[in-house]
Each structure stands twice: as C-alpha cells, then as structure tokens.
Design a protein. Structure first.
Length: 132
C-alpha cells in the first residue's frame, strides 16, 4: 500500500500530539531511514511540519542503512531478548511481528522503522531503549 509523505507526516503529527500531551516532553525525535526516496520525506517534513504547521519541537535524525536487514535486526535482537522493549498491547502487532521475524510481507517498513528507532535509542541512551 502506497502512503504519501503528507499522510505519513499527518500520522507523525498525531503521534507527536499524543506523546507530548502524555509525557510532557519538550521535544521528540523522528528517525526515518536516510537515502533514496526517503530524502523526499525529509524535504516534505521541512515544508509541512515547520513551514505550514509551524511545529518546531520534532527533531529529525535520518539514519543510513549500513548493512542488510537481517544483520540490522540481529543487532537489536538483544533488546528484545532482555525485555527492554514493551509493546502497547492495545495495538495489533501482527505485521510488525511478521516483519521482525523476516516473514514474507509485501513491505518491510515496520521492521525498518523498529530497527531504526531502537538503534537510535541505543546510541542516544547507552543500553536503555523503550517503545510505547
């Protein structure tokens, strides 16, 4: 399923609004994959988030892919093994589970996003990482 950058950014804005209200944080991080078509998302982020919506508390930290998907997922597998990630059980996670276990799916965005977020949190917060 194709989702436009504008729709993706609307989803990020909705998540941002919930997260800011819930945690009282001053800023949040948006960690997209860098390179290729993802560069258009970075450009649209600046135009829409900052230019149109005047939202400046979201920091974009694009991260490159330096190895294949299996190696990247193995690199964050210890986080799952040590129960450092807790998923919101009110959400259906079947697609994420399928992608994280390298099942055949039509897209791999969930596994890429999960790996990128966890890698970012590992770098930023040493050995602690979490997800809601």
């Amino acid at each position: 399923r194709y989702v436009s950058n504008h729709k993706k950014l609307e989803i990020v804005k909705e998540l941002r609004d919930k997260w800011i209200d819930r945690t009282q944080r001053k800023e949040i991080y948006f960690v997209p994959e860098s390179g290729g078509y993802q560069n258009s998302l970075k450009g649209d982020f600046k135009i829409i988030f900052v230019g149109q919506w005047e939202i400046t508390d979201v920091r974009v930290r694009p991260t490159p892919s330096t190895s294949d998907k299996r190696e990247r997922l193995e690199g964050v597998s210890g986080i799952f093994d040590n129960d450092l990630v807790k998923f919101n059980m009110e959400v259906k996670w079947r697609r994420v589970v399928d992608e994280l276990t390298l099942q055949e799916t039509d897209h791999d965005d969930c596994s890429d996003a999960t790996e990128k977020a966890l890698s970012f949190l590992q770098r930023r917060h040493s050995s602690s990482a979490w997800a809601e």
